[in-house]
Design a protein around this ligand. Structure first.
Ligand code: GTP
Length: 235
């Protein structure tokens, strides 16, 4: 089996773990997500994971309702730790070794994020689940994904979503929306496609890391790592 991407950073939104409820963590949905991840791991792909926290708490909406932005963001970062532990539990039940590494020290429940140690875990075939965002308020988990993808020398950042790729307009609202198979960083910026926030996007662009947006389910992540047609590649 020839892999197009041997070492990937997979970004999942927190909502991907909530199932139909949209909030909270649904164990059946976590199992379904981990089955998709397991299919990729079984091909020998080295993987780091960044999971959002929006299913538990979304910093931006907290601050929109009058909370201090920094406090709201710290709550969001804690939410990502809950999701990381849920995914760790499930992946290990499936037989895949993992290490949760947090940008915010919580040594009783997970390791601190130390880049060289994370690299070693990856080399040993462990899934490195990066929790706690970047450890700083005002940054999104997309930015954490771009940062970890760059520093862990991943071949690609895969953003798994509800939608099967990037469209010229919102496909859920516009029936005539057209999907891109490939698009350059500059074109994605010029067209204001909003693939990631500006900080995250600048990181992937400046470091020339291919960014692939694809569906969470349906085997699309596996297709992406094999180089088969799925999702949209920005690069
Ligand atoms: P190697 O040194 O590469 O073999 O990695 P390792 O992670 O297996 O070694 P280590 O002996 O450091 O860790 C054993 C277990 O302890 C692993 O499950 C780690 O996730 C866990 N662990 C290591 N450091 C910490 C920490 O600071 N906090 C918590 N909660 N767990 C830790």
């Amino acid at each position: 089996m020839t892999l197009k991407y041997k070492r990937v950073l997979l970004k999942l939104s927190g909502e991907a773990l909530a199932g139909g409820h949209q909030t909270g963590i649904d164990p059946d949905t976590v199992a379904a997500v981990c089955a998709e991840i397991g299919a990729v791991l079984s091909m020998g792909v080295k993987m780091a994971l960044v999971i959002g926290g929006g299913n538990v708490f979304r910093g931006l909406s907290g601050s929109a309702k009058g909370m201090d932005r920094a406090s709201a963001d710290y709550m969001g970062m804690l939410a990502t730790v809950l999701n990381a532990l849920a995914v760790q539990d499930r992946l290990e039940k499936q037989g895949y070794p993992t290490r949760v590494m947090s940008a915010i020290n919580m040594k009783e429940i997970c390791e601190p994020f130390i880049r060289r140690r994370a690299m070693r875990h990856l080399e040993k075939g462990r899934v490195v689940i990066c929790a706690g965002g970047t450890g700083n308020p005002y940054f999104t988990t997309d930015t954490a994904a771009a940062l970890r993808g760059a520093e862990l020398k991943c071949d690609a950042i895969i953003k798994a979503t509800k939608v099967d790729g990037i469209y010229d307009k919102d496909p859920q609202k516009n029936k005539d929306a057209v999907k891109f198979d490939n698009i350059s960083y500059d074109e994605a910026l010029a067209k204001r496609l909003g693939v990631m926030d500006a900080t995250a996007f600048a990181l992937v662009r400046d470091n020339h890391i291919p960014l692939i947006v694809c569906r969470m389910f349906g085997g699309d992540i596996a297709k992406v790592v094999l180089g088969e047609a799925a999702g949209t590649t920005v690069g």
